[in-house]
Write a protein that binds this ligand. Structure first.
Ligand code: HPA
Length: 270
Protein backbone atom coordinates (compact mmCIF):
# COMPACT_ATOMS: atom_id res chain seq x y z
CA UNK A 1 0.00 0.00 0.00
CA UNK A 2 2.85 2.41 0.80
CA UNK A 3 4.19 2.06 -2.73
CA UNK A 4 0.78 2.83 -4.19
CA UNK A 5 0.24 5.83 -1.93
CA UNK A 6 3.62 7.27 -2.85
CA UNK A 7 3.11 6.62 -6.55
CA UNK A 8 -0.23 8.43 -6.53
CA UNK A 9 1.05 11.28 -4.38
CA UNK A 10 4.06 11.74 -6.65
CA UNK A 11 1.80 11.79 -9.73
CA UNK A 12 -0.44 14.45 -8.16
CA UNK A 13 2.42 16.51 -6.73
CA UNK A 14 3.82 16.68 -10.25
CA UNK A 15 0.67 18.51 -11.34
CA UNK A 16 0.71 21.04 -8.51
CA UNK A 17 2.59 24.24 -8.04
CA UNK A 18 1.84 24.21 -4.30
CA UNK A 19 0.95 21.31 -2.03
CA UNK A 20 -2.51 21.40 -0.41
CA UNK A 21 -2.99 22.15 3.28
CA UNK A 22 -6.67 21.31 3.31
CA UNK A 23 -8.43 18.28 1.89
CA UNK A 24 -12.16 18.33 1.17
CA UNK A 25 -14.51 15.42 0.54
CA UNK A 26 -17.69 16.74 -1.02
CA UNK A 27 -20.72 14.55 -0.41
CA UNK A 28 -24.04 14.14 -2.21
CA UNK A 29 -25.16 17.27 -4.04
CA UNK A 30 -22.53 19.42 -2.34
CA UNK A 31 -20.41 20.30 -5.32
CA UNK A 32 -20.94 24.05 -5.06
CA UNK A 33 -17.85 24.60 -2.96
CA UNK A 34 -15.83 22.97 -5.71
CA UNK A 35 -17.05 25.52 -8.26
CA UNK A 36 -15.52 28.29 -6.14
CA UNK A 37 -12.02 26.86 -6.30
CA UNK A 38 -9.78 29.20 -8.29
CA UNK A 39 -6.55 28.52 -10.21
CA UNK A 40 -8.14 25.12 -10.56
CA UNK A 41 -7.11 21.92 -12.17
CA UNK A 42 -9.48 19.00 -12.49
CA UNK A 43 -8.22 15.45 -12.65
CA UNK A 44 -10.78 12.70 -13.35
CA UNK A 45 -10.32 9.73 -11.04
CA UNK A 46 -9.78 7.43 -13.99
CA UNK A 47 -6.63 9.40 -14.90
CA UNK A 48 -5.08 9.02 -11.42
CA UNK A 49 -2.90 5.96 -10.88
CA UNK A 50 -4.26 3.55 -8.24
CA UNK A 51 -7.49 5.55 -7.72
CA UNK A 52 -10.72 3.56 -7.71
CA UNK A 53 -13.35 4.94 -10.12
CA UNK A 54 -16.65 6.26 -8.74
CA UNK A 55 -19.84 4.84 -10.22
CA UNK A 56 -22.94 6.19 -8.46
CA UNK A 57 -25.23 8.69 -10.19
CA UNK A 58 -24.66 12.20 -8.90
CA UNK A 59 -21.05 11.53 -7.95
CA UNK A 60 -18.98 12.82 -10.83
CA UNK A 61 -15.60 11.53 -9.72
CA UNK A 62 -12.75 13.98 -10.01
CA UNK A 63 -10.09 15.64 -7.91
CA UNK A 64 -10.04 19.41 -8.00
CA UNK A 65 -6.89 21.19 -6.92
CA UNK A 66 -6.55 24.93 -6.52
CA UNK A 67 -7.29 27.71 -4.08
CA UNK A 68 -10.18 28.66 -1.85
CA UNK A 69 -9.35 32.21 -0.88
CA UNK A 70 -5.61 32.01 -0.25
CA UNK A 71 -5.61 28.40 0.93
CA UNK A 72 -4.34 25.61 -1.26
CA UNK A 73 -6.94 22.82 -1.30
CA UNK A 74 -7.46 19.40 -2.77
CA UNK A 75 -11.13 18.50 -3.15
CA UNK A 76 -12.69 15.18 -3.99
CA UNK A 77 -15.84 15.60 -6.02
CA UNK A 78 -17.40 12.21 -5.57
CA UNK A 79 -16.26 9.73 -2.97
CA UNK A 80 -15.94 5.95 -2.84
CA UNK A 81 -18.73 4.31 -0.88
CA UNK A 82 -18.43 0.92 0.74
CA UNK A 83 -21.85 -0.05 -0.68
CA UNK A 84 -20.50 0.34 -4.20
CA UNK A 85 -18.34 -2.68 -3.56
CA UNK A 86 -15.01 -1.01 -2.79
CA UNK A 87 -12.95 -2.41 0.03
CA UNK A 88 -12.35 -0.16 3.03
CA UNK A 89 -8.73 0.23 1.86
CA UNK A 90 -10.06 1.61 -1.44
CA UNK A 91 -12.69 3.82 0.22
CA UNK A 92 -10.00 5.49 2.32
CA UNK A 93 -7.09 5.46 -0.15
CA UNK A 94 -7.57 9.13 -1.15
CA UNK A 95 -7.17 10.20 2.50
CA UNK A 96 -3.83 8.36 2.62
CA UNK A 97 -2.78 10.23 -0.51
CA UNK A 98 -3.88 13.54 1.02
CA UNK A 99 -1.66 12.84 4.02
CA UNK A 100 1.28 12.01 1.77
CA UNK A 101 0.75 15.38 0.04
CA UNK A 102 0.91 17.22 3.36
CA UNK A 103 -2.80 17.81 4.07
CA UNK A 104 -3.26 18.88 7.70
CA UNK A 105 -7.02 19.37 7.89
CA UNK A 106 -9.80 17.36 6.26
CA UNK A 107 -13.28 18.79 5.71
CA UNK A 108 -16.02 16.28 4.98
CA UNK A 109 -19.66 16.65 4.08
CA UNK A 110 -22.45 14.17 3.61
CA UNK A 111 -26.20 13.71 3.48
CA UNK A 112 -27.76 11.92 6.41
CA UNK A 113 -31.08 10.86 7.86
CA UNK A 114 -31.97 12.68 11.07
CA UNK A 115 -33.05 10.66 14.11
CA UNK A 116 -32.94 13.36 16.77
CA UNK A 117 -36.59 14.47 17.18
CA UNK A 118 -35.50 18.13 17.36
CA UNK A 119 -34.05 17.99 13.82
CA UNK A 120 -35.81 19.22 10.70
CA UNK A 121 -35.28 18.37 7.07
CA UNK A 122 -32.67 20.72 5.60
CA UNK A 123 -30.84 21.24 8.91
CA UNK A 124 -27.05 21.35 8.91
CA UNK A 125 -25.51 19.11 11.56
CA UNK A 126 -21.95 19.58 12.75
CA UNK A 127 -20.67 16.09 13.54
CA UNK A 128 -19.36 15.95 17.11
CA UNK A 129 -18.67 12.20 17.22
CA UNK A 130 -19.48 9.02 15.35
CA UNK A 131 -20.51 5.40 15.82
CA UNK A 132 -18.95 2.95 13.39
CA UNK A 133 -21.30 0.12 12.36
CA UNK A 134 -19.56 -0.78 9.08
CA UNK A 135 -18.85 -4.51 8.86
CA UNK A 136 -15.21 -3.96 7.82
CA UNK A 137 -12.70 -1.69 9.55
CA UNK A 138 -10.37 0.41 7.39
CA UNK A 139 -7.43 -0.20 9.74
CA UNK A 140 -7.86 -3.96 9.99
CA UNK A 141 -4.70 -5.84 9.08
CA UNK A 142 -1.02 -5.23 9.61
CA UNK A 143 -0.39 -1.69 10.85
CA UNK A 144 2.14 0.38 8.95
CA UNK A 145 3.80 2.51 11.67
CA UNK A 146 4.84 5.22 9.21
CA UNK A 147 1.13 5.84 8.51
CA UNK A 148 -0.05 5.89 12.12
CA UNK A 149 -0.25 4.03 15.39
CA UNK A 150 -1.75 0.54 15.85
CA UNK A 151 -4.47 1.61 18.29
CA UNK A 152 -5.47 5.16 17.43
CA UNK A 153 -7.21 7.29 20.03
CA UNK A 154 -10.64 8.39 18.82
CA UNK A 155 -11.66 10.51 21.83
CA UNK A 156 -11.30 13.74 19.85
CA UNK A 157 -11.91 12.65 16.29
CA UNK A 158 -13.86 15.87 15.62
CA UNK A 159 -11.91 18.54 17.56
CA UNK A 160 -14.03 21.05 19.45
CA UNK A 161 -11.78 23.88 18.25
CA UNK A 162 -12.92 23.45 14.63
CA UNK A 163 -16.55 22.89 15.63
CA UNK A 164 -16.52 26.07 17.71
CA UNK A 165 -15.11 28.04 14.79
CA UNK A 166 -17.85 26.70 12.51
CA UNK A 167 -20.55 27.49 15.06
CA UNK A 168 -19.28 31.07 15.37
CA UNK A 169 -19.32 31.46 11.57
CA UNK A 170 -22.87 30.08 11.38
CA UNK A 171 -24.05 32.41 14.16
CA UNK A 172 -22.51 35.42 12.44
CA UNK A 173 -24.55 34.67 9.30
CA UNK A 174 -27.72 33.66 11.13
CA UNK A 175 -27.43 30.09 9.81
CA UNK A 176 -29.07 27.45 11.98
CA UNK A 177 -26.75 24.57 12.81
CA UNK A 178 -27.31 21.59 15.06
CA UNK A 179 -24.66 19.26 16.41
CA UNK A 180 -24.69 15.53 16.93
CA UNK A 181 -23.45 12.00 16.61
CA UNK A 182 -23.26 10.45 13.13
CA UNK A 183 -23.85 6.73 12.77
CA UNK A 184 -21.98 5.28 9.79
CA UNK A 185 -23.64 2.26 8.25
CA UNK A 186 -22.95 0.30 5.10
CA UNK A 187 -26.21 0.86 3.16
CA UNK A 188 -27.29 0.81 0.37
CA UNK A 189 -30.74 0.41 1.89
CA UNK A 190 -32.14 3.32 3.82
CA UNK A 191 -33.13 2.24 7.33
CA UNK A 192 -36.28 0.44 8.33
CA UNK A 193 -38.23 2.25 11.08
CA UNK A 194 -36.86 -0.30 13.56
CA UNK A 195 -33.30 0.39 12.44
CA UNK A 196 -33.72 4.17 12.81
CA UNK A 197 -35.08 3.52 16.29
CA UNK A 198 -32.13 1.24 17.06
CA UNK A 199 -29.55 3.79 15.83
CA UNK A 200 -31.27 6.49 17.88
CA UNK A 201 -31.27 4.23 20.94
CA UNK A 202 -27.53 3.54 20.70
CA UNK A 203 -26.83 7.28 20.70
CA UNK A 204 -27.06 8.49 17.13
CA UNK A 205 -28.50 11.80 15.96
CA UNK A 206 -28.12 11.11 12.25
CA UNK A 207 -27.28 8.14 10.04
CA UNK A 208 -25.51 7.88 6.71
CA UNK A 209 -23.47 5.61 4.48
CA UNK A 210 -20.09 7.37 4.38
CA UNK A 211 -17.63 9.57 6.30
CA UNK A 212 -16.74 7.24 9.20
CA UNK A 213 -14.11 5.25 7.24
CA UNK A 214 -12.46 8.39 5.87
CA UNK A 215 -12.46 10.03 9.31
CA UNK A 216 -10.92 6.96 10.96
CA UNK A 217 -8.08 6.94 8.45
CA UNK A 218 -7.59 10.70 8.77
CA UNK A 219 -7.37 10.44 12.56
CA UNK A 220 -4.97 7.50 12.23
CA UNK A 221 -2.82 9.68 9.97
CA UNK A 222 -2.88 12.64 12.36
CA UNK A 223 -5.10 14.81 10.15
CA UNK A 224 -7.64 16.92 12.01
CA UNK A 225 -11.22 16.61 10.85
CA UNK A 226 -14.27 18.79 10.53
CA UNK A 227 -17.45 17.18 9.19
CA UNK A 228 -21.00 18.26 8.53
CA UNK A 229 -24.19 16.50 7.50
CA UNK A 230 -27.18 17.85 5.66
CA UNK A 231 -30.24 16.28 7.20
CA UNK A 232 -32.11 15.22 4.06
CA UNK A 233 -34.81 13.03 5.61
CA UNK A 234 -36.05 12.03 9.02
CA UNK A 235 -36.02 8.67 10.71
CA UNK A 236 -37.82 9.87 13.81
CA UNK A 237 -40.43 7.63 15.45
CA UNK A 238 -43.82 8.45 13.93
CA UNK A 239 -42.20 10.58 11.19
CA UNK A 240 -40.42 7.94 9.11
CA UNK A 241 -41.44 8.53 5.50
CA UNK A 242 -40.33 6.96 2.25
CA UNK A 243 -36.94 8.31 1.05
CA UNK A 244 -35.44 8.33 -2.42
CA UNK A 245 -31.92 9.17 -3.60
CA UNK A 246 -33.44 11.98 -5.72
CA UNK A 247 -35.10 13.61 -2.70
CA UNK A 248 -31.86 13.34 -0.74
CA UNK A 249 -30.02 15.13 -3.53
CA UNK A 250 -32.70 17.79 -3.89
CA UNK A 251 -32.65 18.68 -0.17
CA UNK A 252 -28.85 18.62 -0.18
CA UNK A 253 -28.82 21.02 -3.13
CA UNK A 254 -31.14 23.43 -1.31
CA UNK A 255 -28.99 23.44 1.81
CA UNK A 256 -25.65 23.63 0.08
CA UNK A 257 -25.20 27.44 -0.12
CA UNK A 258 -25.26 27.59 3.70
CA UNK A 259 -22.79 24.74 4.05
CA UNK A 260 -20.58 26.22 1.35
CA UNK A 261 -20.42 29.52 3.22
CA UNK A 262 -19.49 27.87 6.52
CA UNK A 263 -16.82 25.67 4.93
CA UNK A 264 -15.33 28.57 2.96
CA UNK A 265 -15.04 30.85 5.96
CA UNK A 266 -13.67 28.02 8.08
CA UNK A 267 -10.96 27.36 5.49
CA UNK A 268 -9.99 31.03 5.61
CA UNK A 269 -9.36 30.67 9.36
CA UNK A 270 -7.28 27.48 9.22
N1 HPA B 1 -30.03 6.77 5.97
C1 HPA B 1 -28.82 6.47 5.49
N2 HPA B 1 -28.18 7.24 4.67
C2 HPA B 1 -28.74 8.40 4.30
C3 HPA B 1 -29.99 8.76 4.76
C4 HPA B 1 -30.68 7.89 5.65
O1 HPA B 1 -31.82 8.14 6.08
N3 HPA B 1 -30.29 9.96 4.21
C5 HPA B 1 -29.24 10.31 3.44
N4 HPA B 1 -28.30 9.36 3.50
Amino acid sequence: MLTKINETATFLAGKMQYLPKVGIILGTGLGELATQITERQEIPYQDIPNFPVSTVEGHSGKLIIGKLGTTQVLAMQGRFHYYEGYSMKEVTFPVRVMKALGVETLLVSNAAGGMNPDFEIGDLMIISDHINTFPEHPLRGKNEPSLGTRFPDMSQAYPASLRDMAKAIAAKHGIKVVEGVYVGTSGPTFETPAEYYYFRTIGGDAVGMSTVPEVIVAVHAGIRVFAMSIITDLGVAGKVVEVSHEEVQQIANQAQPKMTLIMKELIAKL
